[in-house]
Design a binder for this molecule. Structure first.
Ligand code: X8Z
Ligand code: ZN
Length: 613
């Protein structure tokens, strides 16, 4: 393999384009017995050397392609991808020669990682590798530079539409903005389907049953077993989501009436304060009225104090430093993108990059808005960055999260510690304000749940839909309908207007054209509560879980850093055990954390009809 991980969210752009036919018979190389342990050492050393020399160059090509979306940057990127894919194939064929060699667990794991770290692999064929590379580069750019223009000549980008979706309370304005952005998916549909066709062929050449099998085989257990685990956990947390859904529906019905929000149906997505309905925190004030206290308004604090984008990042860095992490390199501050450029097209979806691990060249790219949501997202992104920094000493093949959910989980873990006490510690609010805010336990939990619980079924459903497409279980004539059927079934959410198969609504979500697997966010949203509960127990914290903050605790920090420093050198269960003492995912920590809210919701819902079927 030629280059190592850019980041968890973007490494797929590389691996999408890497071909490895290595596994068993497809390269015709099995059965060869002549390779020795010395040969293997030489081979792994040469992979490492390639990764360290070529990796940073390729990563820069990706950075430019994503940071300056132009005809030329995409041409260069697409070509790089194809050439590196084909070159990587040579290495992977060589890796297969070691299949029968008895070697150390560490070497075996590196060989396995070489074979399984792909997201959308083409078959070993120059034309198909080129076609796949072109399609995926184009899909990414279509999303990143996407806009919709109306007949009067006004054009809106995603950020403009999101301003409306996040803030407006006018159903017709919301509908217009929602449908406007969702026009973006239409031309993606045939390209997406062709990409899946090629990726399925490539996955089969790798020895997998197809893309779905490839995607779910990365969790140190058989794919089937992993999928059962995710379903099992969903059953544990579903009652909480259903209670929240019931309450929110009732409040939205009071606001918008039976016509817009019928009391027995799914929620129309455009009324939820988010383009995809994946977080409802922007409609907090509609669904919860505090009795005595005013809720803490972090957005207002950021505005009132004139905290700029860079300072927002510094607050997040400070959180990590308070736990004993090393500070970020100067180059992070020099080379990151924090502010949306006015004069060029940029992929604005927040991302974290590990461009050159040997030189600790770490960056985030994010069009920061000065609000609470982005304050949280910055912590999320720095979770990736500090993870990179913690494992960059490892061989490049081990530079990754224990699984992809881990990489998403640590930043989110910190956001659970943005408590009133923490906000007082960093000077955002006074001690009196913190005390007053603490009294409104339900308000605090509601705020967290509208993001942290609401995202769970969405994060589970998204890859279930994708898996259906990959497996051919979802018919091509039913792509959009099946998307909405699944959204309704898992989330109780519906499209605001009837959608035909001319639309490709999944394409309006970054991770679909960008080919970023999404189950990682599901895992993260479950694991973050398990981490939080274990760490707070370890701190001997006596109060309710939502009052516990790990800010400033270096023992907890040490535990997180040591887990991060393992990278992906061991099965994820080992890393999980290091923090939680357990080797199993569980929804019980989510339920413990939100217990007071669940009790309150059940009371509110007593005489309401809940459910949407
Ligand atoms: O994509 C992201 C991060 C980058 S890894 C900003 N997230 C998912 C999303 O936006 O849909 C974080 C939450 C879920
Ligand atoms: Zn992330």
């Amino acid at each position: 393999m030629l280059f190592w991980l850019i980041e968890e969210t973007l490494m797929k752009k590389i691996f999408t384009l890497i071909v490895i036919c290595a596994i068993v018979t497809s390269c015709g190389q099995t059965g060869e017995q002549s390779k020795s342990l010395d040969d293997l050492d030489l081979f792994l050393a040469s992979v490492e050397e390639d990764n360290l020399t070529e990796g940073p160059i390729v990563n820069s090509a990706y950075w430019i392609g994503s940071n300056f979306i132009t005809y030329d940057s995409q041409k260069v990127l697409s070509d790089y991808s194809k050439r590196y894919t084909l070159k990587a194939l040579e290495l992977s064929r060589e890796a297969a020669l070691f299949n029968n060699l008895d070697t150390s667990d560490s070497n075996r794991r590196q060989l396995e990682l070489l074979k399984s770290s792909f997201v959308m692999p083409p078959p070993f064929n120059e034309a198909l590798a080129g076609e796949l590379s072109t399609i995926s580069t184009q899909l990414d750019a279509m999303y990143g530079s996407g806009k919709h223009c109306y007949e009067d000549g006004t054009c809106y980008e995603l950020g403009d539409f999101e301003q409306i979706l996040d803030n407006s309370r006018d159903p017709s304005e919301l509908l217009k903005a929602w449908t406007g952005w969702h026009e973006i998916g239409k031309p993606m549909k045939p390209m997406y389907m062709r990409m899946v066709e090629i990726g399925n062929q490539g996955s089969k050449d790798l020895g997998f049953e197809g893309l779905s099998d490839l995607w779910f085989s990365k969790y140190d257990m058989p794919a089937e077993e992993f999928l059962q685990e995710t379903d099992r956990v969903w059953e544990e947390v579903k009652p909480l989501y259903e209670a929240l859904h019931c309450h929110v529906r009732s409040e939205l019905n009071s606001k918008y009436g039976d016509e817009e929000v019928p009391l027995d149906g799914p929620l129309p997505v455009h009324l939820l304060g988010n383009m995809w309905g994946q977080s409802w925190s922007n409609i907090y004030d509609l669904v919860y009225k505090a009795e005595e206290t005013n809720p803490i308004d972090v957005t207002q604090i950021i505005k009132d104090r004139n905290i700029n984008e860079k300072q927002m990042v510094e607050y997040a860095e400070n959180f990590f430093l308070s736990m004993g992490f090393n500070s970020l390199p100067e180059t992070f501050w020099e080379r990151s993108l924090f502010i949306k450029p006015a004069d060029r097209s940029v992929q604005c979806h927040a991302s974290a990059w590990n461009l050159d691990s040997a030189n600790n060249d770490l960056r985030i790219k994010m069009c920061i808005e000065k609000n609470e949501e982005d304050f949280s997202t910055i912590h999320h992104e720095l979770g990736h960055i500090f993870y990179y920094q913690a494992y960059n000493h490892l061989p490049t093949l081990f530079q990754g999260g224990a699984n992809d959910g881990f990489h998403e989980a640590f930043g989110d873990l910190l956001t659970l510690s943005i408590t009133p006490g923490y906000l007082n510690d960093i000077g955002f609010i006074s001690a009196e304000e913190a005390e007053a805010a603490k009294k409104d336990e339900i308000g605090l939990l509601m705020k967290q749940a509208l993001e942290g619980v609401v995202v769970i079924p969405w994060a589970l459903m998204l890859d279930k839909w994708r898996s259906g497409i990959f497996n051919g279980e979802i018919d091509e004539s039913n792509l959009n309908q099946s998307w909405w059927d699944m959204r309704e079934s898992y989330q109780g959410i519906t499209s605001p207007v009837a959608r035909t198969e001319d639309y490709f609504d999944p394409g309006a979500k970054y991770h679909i054209p960008g080919n970023t697997p999404y189950t990682r966010y599901y895992l993260a949203r479950i694991m973050q509560y398990q981490f939080h509960e274990s760490l707070c127990n370890e701190m001997n914290f006596q109060g309710a879980l939502h009052e516990c903050s790990i800010y400033g605790n270096s023992e907890v920090g040490e535990k997180i850093i040591s887990t991060m420093a393992m990278g992906q050198s061991l099965p994820w269960q080992d890393a999980f055990e290091n923090i939680t003492g357990s080797r199993k995912l569980s929804g019980s920590s989510v339920m413990n954390y939100y217990k007071p809210l669940k009790d309150w919701l059940d009371k509110q819902n007593e005489n309401r009809m809940c459910g949407w079927e």
